[in-house]
Design a binder for this molecule. Structure first.
Ligand code: UDP
Ligand code: MG
Length: 314
């Protein structure tokens, strides 16, 4: 029977942990009783440097609940790094690991299906949202725009799949070979290439606490995803440069003809407008190039992506 680790990153999640622990324990107990997963399966909470009671609660659950294990990171390293820390820890003990959020927005009812697909030989099972009804119109539009834009840029991401997925130990071993500091897991995992399947589910509202992904973080995460997987933006700006150069040749010809035909006009507006436009475009392009250089800077340092301070395991 498969040992499954349910890896749950938690950042200041004291409001949801009691209910999450209750529901997950109930689910695991049911799956163990039905002979679907091994009794050695665990909930692996990863405390991502929380400043509230999260870690104390995890310690308490570990003491009283045989299914709860915990990893404490020394700092807040962000969702992706916390998830990676959990998955790399689970790899040592589990046959497969499922990653899910602490707020249980992702329906745990489909976990049986995840394990079933794993048993049929899939190394990666992607949870895919069947609709986005619980999202605001804005989030829906930006999220879908993001997936489409990624596709245009040639990045292989699973449409409407976030980080709710099962990975076999073999897939986790493969993941451990990707050393990038700018971590965007949903871009990396399709690169692993083993056999995969998708399972559809409904995403709920967060039942307590607040989202740790405000708009600003979400946007920077999306931009990070794009620049970590595609150099097309660099191509787009060079093409833009070529286009503007061609246009400026036409402008030059026009100016020359005006001069030769003695029709030279004051032309102040046109000059000011083009100075601002070109100045702005140049800065934007330098910014894009700078963004990539910044990433190289972080990558070459190769600093550790997380540090585990404590590990509760039995
Ligand atoms: N999270 C984390 N570190 C962070 C931010 C978030 O580990 O710095 C965790 C958080 O505890 C939750 C998951 O990432 O389990 C998803 O966060 P959240 O539910 O706030 O995001 P949303 O669902 O609103 O996009
Ligand atoms: Mg959430």
């Amino acid at each position: 029977m498969a040992i499954v680790y349910f890896v749950v990153p938690c950042y200041n999640e004291e409001a949801v942990l009691p209910e999450t622990t209750r529901q997950l324990t109930e689910k695991i107990t049911g799956m163990v009783t039905d002979g679907i997963i091994s009794p050695e399966s665990r909930i692996l909470y990863v405390d991502d440097g929380s400043s509230d009671q999260t870690w104390n609660m995890i310690c308490q659950y570990h003491a009283e609940n045989p299914y709860v294990d915990g990893v404490k990171l020394a700092h807040n390293r962000g969702h992706q790094n916390a998830l990676l820390a959990g998955l790399m820890t689970a790899r040592e003990y589990a046959d497969c690991a499922v990653s899910l959020d602490a707020d249980l927005q992702d329906d745990i009812g489909v976990l049986n299906e995840f394990v079933q697909k794993y048993k049929q030989g899939c190394d990666v099972v992607y949870g895919v949202r069947s609709s986005r009804q619980t999202d605001s119109g804005f989030k829906r539009a930006t999220a879908q725009g993001f997936y489409k834009f990624m596709k245009v840029l040639g990045v292989d991401v699973i449409y409407n799949h976030a980080d709710y997925r099962l990975m076999s130990r073999r897939a986790l071993d493969a993941l451990s070979e990707y050393h990038e500091t700018n971590l965007f897991l949903r871009g990396i995992i399709p690169l692993i290439g083993y056999q995969s399947a998708t399972v559809f589910y409904e995403r709920h509202e967060r039942f307590a606490g607040e989202s740790k992904y405000p708009l600003k973080k979400m946007l920077s995460f999306a931009l990070d995803g794009i620049s970590s997987f595609s150099v097309k933006p660099l191509k787009i700006i060079s093409n833009l440069g070529i286009l503007i150069s061609v246009l400026s040749i036409a402008g030059l010809l026009y100016a020359l003809i005006s001069y030769l035909t003695h029709q030279a006009v004051a032309g102040w507006t046109a000059i000011i407008a083009s100075i601002w436009l070109l100045g702005g475009l140049q800065m934007l392009c330098i910014g894009v190039v700078g963004g990539y250089i910044g990433k190289i800077y972080h990558e070459v340092k190769g600093r550790p992506r997380y540090r585990i301070e404590e590990f509760l395991h039995r």
